[in-house]
Design a protein around this ligand. Structure first.
Ligand SMILES: Cc1ncc(COP(=O)(O)OP(=O)(O)O)c(N)n1
Ligand SMILES: Cc1nc(C(=O)O)sc1CCOP(=O)(O)O
Ligand SMILES: [Mg+2]
Length: 418
């Protein structure tokens, strides 16, 4: 809250003299009632001097509009345009917060770093206890960056913290104003449900699901660690180590190394089939098929806070996965694939049938790549949250480029946004 030109100028002068590790700017320009708190002279000083120094700015829709001379922001595409325009003003990253996006069942934020757009979705939490969410998000981002995490990871962790705190606080009944407070200290309270599940499974993580394959990595002469790093750099939002032939000890070493990379970027790491390896490495979860350890057994071994995915080809399998306490299902093969032998192809109709029956978020898998991913998106099932791919990323010369191409195709779609 910078109430005068003098204060903005003093702040900028001091920041130039004493540079900081990172500068997070939450542009509090507009009150919740919509009153513009910063007059035109402060606004211009803010834009000219402070914004270019920021590592990230975190405007909500009203603030972004105020910074962009009253630009109308009513859709996710408007948010993307605003983020790009604000980025042109100098900040390294722009997070346009869509908590007030009209007609959206999700709370959608757009992060733009000058190269990629990241659409960060989370279920909207119906509560009046939202006072201070913006400041808390910005402070949490600053804390994560101070700990050395990259910006994308910092923003994802901060968003989940605020989301968890909002959910925990929604029953608090304090004060008579339009907004109530929320409880930042939930993690310190033993009775809080949020303590048991550090970070709730975020279905939007299924957006671009990279599944590794050691044979392909060998073919292209790359380590699994390099493969995972490249996939994340290209925009993969979740990683699964599917190493059918690996010796357990080697698998564990690879998993631990990949987990360090994934944790740095806030990307969940799941282990295919091997619940023992997942436990031993404290991975974020497992993916099991119909002939692997049943999800309900995996759940008892892994506990409530780990992610469990189940391969499902039929509505009955999807129902059972929900009963067993899984977090998501993988449905395929949507198209024929050479990666998984003797795999049944369910096609788009089979995928749609399973999505309609599933109470869980769904990720499509099997023969998917940039050429046909759009057709998958067009089934528009609201619980279809992404695509899982193997050869489209890893049986290629450059994993990062292929991942980025697929990421662009998916960003241009409505997958998970219906
Ligand atoms: C997301 C996702 N969906 C399906 C699979 C298939 O798992 P896999 O172990 O290769 O085969 P089944 O056990 O399901 O028969 C996956 N790995 N990831
Ligand atoms: C691992 C896997 N599971 C499938 C299923 O149908 O459950 S299809 C598949 C292989 C996917 O590899 P690609 O992206 O190279 O086609
Ligand atoms: Mg399996």
């Amino acid at each position: 809250m910078l109430p005068s030109v003098g204060i903005v100028k003093t702040l900028c002068k001091t920041l130039r003299e004493f540079p900081v590790h990172a500068l997070v700017v939450d542009p509090v320009m507009v009150s919740t009632s919509g009153d513009v708190l910063a007059g035109p002279s402060i606004l211009s000083t803010f834009l000219e001097e402070l914004l270019p120094m920021a590592d990230i700015i975190t405007p909500n829709l009203k603030e972004a509009s105020a910074l962009l001379n009253g630009m109308q922001l009513e859709t996710v595409d408007d948010m993307r345009s605003a983020a790009r325009l604000l980025h042109n003003m100098g900040p390294k990253n722009v997070l346009v917060k869509g908590g007030d996006l009209p007609d959206s069942s999700d709370a959608v934020d757009i992060l733009y770093n000058g190269h990629n757009f990241y659409e960060l979705r989370s279920p909207r939490i119906r509560t009046r206890n939202t006072h201070g969410t913006g400041c808390s998000l910005a402070s949490s981002i600053a804390a994560e960056v101070a700990k050395g995490y990259p910006m994308l990871s910092a923003v994802k962790v901060a968003k989940r913290f605020v989301e968890t705190a909002l959910d925990y606080s929604k029953e608090i009944d304090i004060g008579n104003g339009p907004q109530g407070p929320f409880d930042h200290l939930l993690r310190l309270k033993s009775h809080s449900q949020a303590c048991h599940r550090q970070q709730p499974f975020d279905p939007s993580d299924l957006f671009l699901y990279a599944v590794t394959d050691s044979r392909m990595n060998k073919r292209w002469g790359r380590s699994i660690i390099d493969a995972v790093k490249a996939a994340i750099d290209g925009g993969a939002t979740i990683i699964q180590l599917r190493e059918k032939d690996a010796e357990t000890k080697d698998f564990m070493e690879s998993a631990k190394a990949c987990l360090r990379i994934c944790r740095l970027h806030g990307v969940p790491l799941l282990i295919n089939d091997r619940v023992d390896v997942a436990i031993a490495c404290d991975a974020d979860g497992v993916h099991v098929g119909q002939s692997d350890m049943p999800a309900r057994v995996a759940r008892t071994l892994l506990g409530p806070e780990k992610i469990i995915g189940v391969s499902c080809k039929t509505p009955e399998q999807a129902e059972q996965a929900w009963v067993d306490g899984a977090d998501y299902i993988g449905c395929g093969g949507v198209y024929p694939t050479n990666t998984k032998e003797n795999n049944i192809t369910v096609g788009l109709n089979g995928l749609k049938t399973v999505c309609m029956a599933s109470k869980l978020p769904v990720v499509a898998i099997g023969g998917i790549g940039v050429s046909n991913a759009r057709a998958v998106m067009e089934i528009r099932a609201s619980n279809l949250k992404g695509v899982a791919v193997v050869s489209a990323l890893f049986d290629r010369e450059c994993v990062q480029i292929e991942t980025r191409k697929l990421h662009e195709v998916l960003l241009g779609s409505n997958i998970g946004s219906t």
